[in-house]
Ligand binder design. Structure first.
Ligand code: HEM
Length: 364
């Protein structure tokens, strides 16, 4: 598997920033924060660090539109009932997806494909509540279509023009989803907000689940605690590996003053490699080692894989529960990667390709 340490592009640039405080990647930025204290400030002080509607388009759907000072929607965290419903649907849909694959083909599984429907249906069930399964599945498919149509918009070097085919396909997919959601959205949520919640809550867990399976494919699975495997995945390859804010005035952070109007980046992937946040003695904490969390001297999640502050992830409990279910499935098996996995940076980070075979482990 390719390592983030050897990645090029933006990921490589951010990871190679000296860990001395806040560091500019070029004379005009963006600036990268490298300490936990600065990261928390950037995410939790929105009057100084504004949420940009669309600063790079390189993030993923977790970057909702709107900004915190002019009426940003605060998404309420999912309730325990919603999470329970989502997990129940995932359990059923994950087995169904495996069965369907096994009956149709002897080929290895492709994690990014196999996870699509189970996660989409699980998150849709959690967010929208008691829908007829056929209706839920139609909504889930429309979200997947919108996510797919957004991919080339996000990956494009320059924003595609309004009337380009790419934009038209994306707009049509979004409208189809919003039309379907209009009768379902509650009094407090617009169809566009529900669409954002669903898309963020599907695209990111698919990538996270695929990373989890990729890591388990590289690691001896016997004796692995599923929850620790999830933390290691969200530490080494958090799908939303970087998030941006814009300074509203000159701000002093560790080691430098950042002028007003500059982009400041917070990267859970970079923070997850700091020895003050993660137990262990491997250099740069770059080894996938679930067992390190038996040492409880550090708090899991201190590297902010779900963000913090007003834009923190409202779906973190659902996302974690979905991943723990997959991890439990994975640790009961021997997973073998069919080919080397690379890091696709076109939308957050995704493993590409991520094909694997799985066989149930003999228990003694
Ligand atoms: C493992 C799974 C997940 C991870 C790693 C994750 C990660 C994140 C991160 C880091 C952010 C903050 C982005 C920022 O500060 O710019 C975020 C925001 C968000 N997430 Fe998640 N997420 C996950 C699952 C979910 C789920 C299941 C849902 C919905 C059901 C969801 C919905 C959202 C939304 C709507 C936002 C935007 C919040 C805002 O801008 O106020 N996420 N997520």
């Amino acid at each position: 598997m390719d390592s983030a340490e050897s990645a090029g592009g933006r990921l490589g640039a951010v990871l190679s920033a000296p860990r001395t405080g806040v560091v500019p990647l070029s004379p005009v930025g963006p600036w990268v924060v490298t300490t936990h204290a600065d990261a928390r400030r950037v995410l939790t002080e929105p009057h100084l660090f504004d949420f940009p509607g669309d600063v790079t388009r390189s993030g993923d759907l977790a970057g909702s539109t709107g900004d915190s000072r002019s009426g940003h929607t605060v998404f309420a965290p999912l309730t325990p009932d919603q999470v329970a419903r989502g997990v129940l649907v995932l359990e059923h849909e994950w087995s169904a997806a495996l069965d369907t694959h096994d009956r149709a083909s002897p080929e290895p599984y492709d994690a990014m494909v196999l996870l699509r429907r189970p996660i989409a249906r699980s998150t849709t069930a959690a967010v929208l509540g008691a829908l007829e399964p056929a209706h839920r599945d139609r909504v889930a498919d429309l979200v997947l279509e919108w996510i797919d149509a957004l991919a080339p918009v996000i990956a494009a070097r320059r924003p595609p023009r309004r009337w380009s085919r790419t934009r038209r396909v994306e707009t049509a997919a979004r409208h189809a989803l919003e039309d379907e959601l209009a009768p379902l959205a509650g009094a407090e949520d617009t169809p566009a907000q529900v669409a954002t919640l669903l898309a963020a809550g599907i695209q990111v867990p698919i990538a996270a689940g695929a990373w989890l399976l990729a890591w388990l494919g590289q690691h001896e699975t016997g004796d692995v605690d599923p929850t620790y495997a999830v933390w290691e995945t969200l530490r080494l390859t958090p799908p939303t590996w970087v998030t941006a804010r814009l300074t509203t005035e000159e701000v002093e952070l560790t080691g430098a003053r950042v002028p007003a109007g500059r982009v400041v980046l917070v990267s859970p992937l970079l923070l997850g490699r700091s020895d003050d946040l993660v137990p262990g003695d491997d250099p740069d904490r770059s080894t996938f080692d679930p067992g390190r969390w038996h040492d409880d001297s550090r708090r899991p999640g201190a590297w902010l894989p779900f963000g913090a502050g007003p834009h923190a992830c409202p779906g973190r409990t659902l996302g974690t529960a979905q991943l723990v279910h997959l991890a439990q499935w994975g640790v009961d098996r021997t997973i073998s990667l069919s080919e080397s996995v690379s890091i696709d940076q076109s939308r957050g980070i995704q493993p590409s390709p991520c094909r694997f075979t799985a066989s149930r482990r003999e228990t003694s």
